[in-house]
Design a protein around this ligand. Structure first.
Ligand code: PGA
Length: 248
């Protein structure tokens, strides 16, 4: 039985004060949640998050990672730096990184490799644009995004990763994929991996992301191949985030 993971992606949001309040609120309400929970913070707040969450049941990580270990890469943060602050997760290939920061499939694969190399669990985001869904090429797009990882790291690498299926048209738009639409792509992803390694396919957690909230989480997480969620907007308020954790 795969465990359910609810991971928050705070994106470019928060302050020392708001993060303290948010995490205090989540910790206070957490006893009723039976899922694995994590938050992915802006880099600069990771030491604060570490201070608050060490010794609690909530994991934490970053929203990206450098593919490089050290050197002349101004503005970057490496896997060893994240490990220094005991991060457990690093999101790679989020659609905002792919579209706004021009990260290609190959860049995502290198970041995925860097995370694993440093003992971080990559949360690999995949998903199609609206035009791609309308063209009927969702599976081709997701397949191509996964192949970049499999080609570089081998399918076994996915056993130490989390995959997040995030249809780009559903991110931050309030338009959630229906549970069946999401399930279909999740089943496709698991089926594709199963053709290469059935154990890995059975084990890998596949989260859904895109306008998940307390009202729709239950139905989404009830689908057989949906193992939790990657939560943007609704991870910024303790009450909303807890509602999702409890739905799981
Ligand atoms: P959203 O974002 O929940 O605000 O749609 C999800 C994500 O980008 O990971």
């Amino acid at each position: 039985m795969r465990r359910i993971l609810v991971a928050g992606n705070w994106k470019l949001n928060g302050s020392k004060q708001s993060i303290q309040e948010l995490l205090d609120g989540i910790l206070a309400g957490m006893s009723e949640a039976k899922t694995d929970v994590a938050v992915c913070a802006p880099y600069i707040y990771i030491p604060l998050v570490q201070e608050i969450l060490t010794g609690t049941a909530i994991g934490y990580g970053s929203q990206s990672i450098s593919e490089n270990d050290s050197g002349a890469f101004t503005g970057e943060i490496s896997g060893s730096m994240l490990k220094d602050f005991e991060c457990q997760y690093a999101i790679v290939g989020h659609s905002e990184r792919r579209t706004l920061f021009c990260e290609k499939d190959e860049d995502t694969a290198k970041k995925f490799a860097a995370a694993r190399k440093h003992g971080l669990t990559p949360i690999l985001c995949v998903g199609e644009l609206l035009e791609e869904r309308e063209e009927g090429i969702t599976e081709d797009v997701v397949s191509r995004q996964l192949d970049a990882i499999i080609d570089l790291e081998g399918v076994e690498a996915l056993a130490d990763a989390v995959i997040a299926y995030e249809p780009v048209w559903a991110i931050g738009t309030g338009k959630t994929a229906s549970p069946q639409q999401a399930q279909d792509v999740h089943a496709f992803i698991r089926g594709k991996i199963a053709k290469l390694n059935a154990d890995v396919a059975d084990k890998v957690q596949i989260l859904y992301g895109g306008s998940v909230n307390g009202a729709n989480a239950n139905e989404l997480f009830a689908m057989p191949d949906i193992d939790g969620g990657l939560i943007g907007g609704a991870s910024l308020k303790a009450e909303d985030f807890l509602a999702i954790c409890k739905a799981a």
